[in-house]
Design a protein around this ligand. Structure first.
Ligand code: NAP
Length: 276
């Protein structure tokens, strides 16, 4: 088994994830795994970084596929005995003018952004080594979508005692409500992506609380963040940040020094803790 520290970035064959891998290859003292659901796209991205003189490693990972997540988990357990840095970056967004029915957009978006990210956490968080760092890439859209929720929902999503089960129930209810076209009446905002990212931010707050309760002595720091508005296939060419600039906050959180005890359980953008 290798004693080398190891970092994994989900959805890193392009966009912000690729830029996070690039930065970690330069700054993280260990092995950095570029992961992709499609091995061809993943290997092409590895080759691109190799051309830049960097040495990322590759592992397949589709966060929608439990078998794929578990294969990565078993690989990390066997080769490294755990994991030091996990960046949950993989995500999807329908384009604004996409005509796919809203209920379908809701189901598909929540499946990857919330349930897929949660499944990665279920399988990989138990592997986190002491002083490990976990970064869940959310979005400022989670804050604006929270503001668009009913007072009752806002209270639940801001609660310091909400459980993971309650959050899963709420995310499932959103998808069901869109199918019945009652989501707005039930207090939801009209954004599937926004609700999925509310899920990611609130999940991060819950996970940080559980780490405090169950692994206090391990000094693991877990946060949600927004990378900013970044020029990728998701956000388009008009966005203000380059992918490397978008990687800055996630990488800052992934590389918090071992002496740090904060931020933890926070929503961070531009390296600054934001109110939730
Ligand atoms: P992107 O260029 O579309 O890249 C998304 C990445 O996620 C791709 O590598 C994609 O792989 C991967 N992915 C999607 N579904 C996956 C799955 N089921 N399993 C594994 N990988 C999967 O988007 P981006 O802008 O870099 O976004 C990265 C993250 O930042 C997302 O979580 C996004 O919500 C968040 N974000 C972006 C912005 C922005 O302005 N760009 C702002 C706020 C937050 P494929 O190539 O196979 O599709």
């Amino acid at each position: 088994m290798s004693n080398v520290p190891v970092a994994v970035v989900t959805g890193s064959n392009k966009g912000i994830g690729l830029a996070i891998v690039r930065a970690l290859c330069k700054q993280f003292p260990g092995d950095v795994y570029l992961t992709s659901r499609d091995p061809g796209r993943g290997q092409a991205a590895v080759a691109q970084l190799q051309q830049e003189g960097l040495r990322p490693l590759f592992h397949q990972l589709d966060i929608d596929d439990l078998q794929s997540i578990r294969a990565l988990r078993d690989f990390l357990k066997e080769k490294y005995g755990g994991l030091n840095v996990l960046v949950n970056n993989a995500g999807i967004a329908f384009k604004v003018h996409d005509t796919t029915p809203f209920a379908v957009q809701a189901e598909v978006t929540l499946k990857t952004n919330f349930f897929g990210t949660r499944n990665v956490c279920i399988e990989l968080l138990p592997l986190m080594k002491p002083y490990g760092r976990v970064v869940n890439v959310s979005s400022m859209v989670s804050s604006s979508a929270l503001g668009g929720c009913s007072q009752e929902l806002q209270q639940k999503f801001r609660s310091d005692t909400i459980t993971e089960e309650e959050l899963v129930q709420l995310m499932t209810k959103f998808v069901e409500d869109t199918k019945k076209s009652v989501h707005e009446k039930e207090g939801w905002p009209n954004t599937a992506y926004g609700v999925s990212k509310i899920g990611v931010t609130v999940l991060s707050r819950i996970q940080a609380r559980l780490l405090n309760e169950e692994r206090k002595g391990d000094h693991i720091l877990l946060n949600a963040c927004c990378p900013g508005w970044v020029r990728t296939d998701m956000a388009g060419p008009k966005a203000t940040k380059s992918p490397d600039e978008g990687a800055e906050t996630p990488v800052y959180l992934a590389l918090l020094p071992s002496s740090a005890d904060a931020p933890h359980g926070q929503f961070v953008s531009n390296k600054t803790v934001r109110p939730w």
